[in-house]
Design a protein around this ligand. Structure first.
Ligand SMILES: *[C@@H]1O[C@H](CO)[C@@H](O)[C@H](O)[C@H]1NC(C)=O
Ligand SMILES: [Zn+2]
Length: 530
């Protein structure tokens, strides 16, 4: 009771200061009504008949309960021969919930939400509350938290320090290395550049995520002799050169600035090297069949059952957003995330000892940074498609699939949208300034400029097509790139030892759980006994 009165008086004080001293404080009843206003229901809304009945909800709960009881009765204690880690970059819990609406109704399930066990991962970096994709990749791939902007090194290494990361005692080992040491194959797939922060966590050690090519290292005043750029680590490093599958974007990081690539785009290196040629030669020297492709056509013409090593770089930089890929018919030129995942599994499933595969949907994050919520949700939908395909192509008895995100974003679902309202519209209720506001909105970002004008104030969005895929959603604070969010992200698991993934834990626990399920690396059963 005490706290209730305390809160109430705080609210009242706030109300008085906020409005004006002359106004009467709102009554308790008025406050209640403001918090939960009476809503006008949508004219075209028709309830599903079944949802009106108590019986329907009890049946639904009953079937979920039965599922849970059967999972508890027979825990999947198998050993994971294969592990697939799916990473939705920047895929906050809000992003997943909004994707249900994107799929048509709040009662939809995004495919991986069906996985039997869900946990929450704490994402902070050693030096920052809100992390980036580099420090988080170190955490969920190698089990160690590092500093913001650093990859595959512990927190002894400050970001962009020219020397600290050259001491290998700072290097962390990724689960890809543990898998390789156990005789498993390893691979990576991403819609970002294969040298970008998240995939780099599989194979690289660096004080600076932007050191994807040698030129950038020199530009930052460090030595490209002392520090090996990320592209070179992918081709020459001990984990990188043994990766069986590398699929994504980022060709320019592999070629010199004077050389055009297959699509006429110049490279970004300054050391004169063609790392794609070097990659092919290294495989030939080992007597292995290494195939390099740069288009969907090239990929589809390969005999993957005879490919030992596969390198596919489908864009000079990042692959396109999934929706843009379809709208601009790049679907004939570039593979989708699902296409790449399928190709990767075809190669890796030939390994007798099993495999570790990392699959990243890298551009959910970039769409959020641009407050392009529509594209973020389209990419999340395709991410779910790739996961469904992987679950269908593998067996829950021997293949553990973990789906998570590295960090959150600031998008929220706000206002009181109708049950089946298009999520890209404005909320049915108006703001206090009698103007509409978008349901999806960001705490900060470039969308501010689309929705606010210094002279006029908030712009009237009633005649703006907010459903347009290029509409930048409303943001409270102007910022050229929207920021990440600092709250927890979800972890979904299906397969051997899936039950270990429930609860709330440090993000750096994830590789320990996966490695334990596969009995590899420092978290293998016998290692833990010693
Ligand atoms: C590398 O770091 C370790 C641990 O801090 C230290 O003992 C060692 O002297 C360092 N090596 C070099 C070459 O600086
Ligand atoms: Zn980001």
């Amino acid at each position: 009771m005490k706290t209730f009165y305390c809160c109430l008086s705080l609210l009242l004080i706030y109300g008085i200061c906020h409005d004006s001293l002359a106004k009467e404080p709102p009554t308790e009843e008025e406050l209640e009504l403001k918090q939960h206003p009476r809503l006008v229901s949508s004219r075209d809304f028709a309830a599903l008949d079944e949802e009106l009945e108590t019986r329907f909800w009890h049946d639904k709960a009953q079937s979920i309960l039965a599922d849970k009881l059967s999972h508890h009765k027979a825990l999947n204690e198998n050993r994971a021969k294969n592990i697939i880690l799916f990473l939705g970059d920047g895929m906050s819990v809000h992003t997943i919930a909004a994707t249900r609406a994107h799929l048509g109704d709040s009662n939809k399930q995004v495919y991986f939400e069906k996985f039997p066990y869900v946990g929450l991962s704490k994402t902070y970096a050693i030096d920052e509350r809100t992390p980036d994709s580099a420090s988080t990749a170190t955490a969920y791939l190698s089990g160690v938290k590092g500093n913001y902007g650093t990859i595959g090194v512990n927190a002894e290494v400050p970001r962009r320090d020219c020397l600290a990361a050259t001491n290998t005692s700072t290097h962390t080992q990724s689960i890809a290395q543990w898998a390789q040491e156990a005789g498993k194959w390893a691979g990576l797939v991403t819609t970002a550049r294969v040298t970008h922060a998240s995939p780099a966590g599989v194979y690289a050690h660096t004080a600076e995520r932007d050191w994807e090519d040698d030129q950038t290292i020199e530009k930052h005043g460090c030595s490209a002799e002392l520090n090996t750029d990320i592209a070179r680590q992918l081709v020459e490093g001990s984990v990188g050169k043994d990766l069986r599958v590398i699929l994504g974007g980022g060709r320019a990081k592999f070629r010199d600035q004077t050389k055009h690539d297959e699509e006429g785009i110049l490279g970004e290196r300054s050391d004169g090297r063609d790392l794609i040629e070097d990659w092919k030669n290294e495989k030939t020297e080992r007597g292995q069949r290494g195939e390099y492709v740069w288009s969907l056509k090239g990929l589809s013409q390969l005999d993957l059952s005879k490919t030992d090593y596969l390198l596919g770089l489908f864009d000079a930089s990042h692959c396109p957003y999934h929706g843009d890929r379809q709208r601009s018919h790049l679907e004939y030129a570039e593979p989708s995330l699902s296409d790449m995942t399928e190709a990767a599994l075809k190669v890796l499933s030939r390994s007798e000892e099993g495999y570790f595969l990392f699959v990243e949907s890298g551009r959910i994050d970039m769409a959020h940074h641009a407050t392009l919520a529509h594209k973020a949700l389209e990419d999340t939908q395709e991410f779910a498609n790739a996961i469904e395909l992987a679950r269908d192509l593998t067996n829950e008895e021997d293949t553990l699939i973990v789906v998570t995100s590295d960090h959150s974003h600031t998008m929220s679902i706000n206002g009181y949208p109708y049950r089946r309202q298009n999520i890209y519209e404005t909320a049915p209720n108006l703001a206090d300034d009698e103007l509409p506001f978008t349901i999806l909105s960001y705490a900060n970002g470039p969308g501010f400029k689309q929705t606010y004008n210094e002279q006029i104030g908030r712009l009237d969005l009633s005649h703006v097509n907010t459903e347009n895929v290029d509409f930048e959603f409303q943001a409270t604070v102007p910022l050229s790139s929207e920021t990440h969010g600092g709250e927890d992200v979800a972890v979904f698991a299906s397969g051997p030892k899936e039950h270990l993934f429930s609860g709330n834990y440090e993000q750096s626990t994830i590789p320990a759980l996966m490695a334990h399920a596969a009995n590899i690396g420092p978290f293998a059963e016998d290692k833990l006994k010693n």
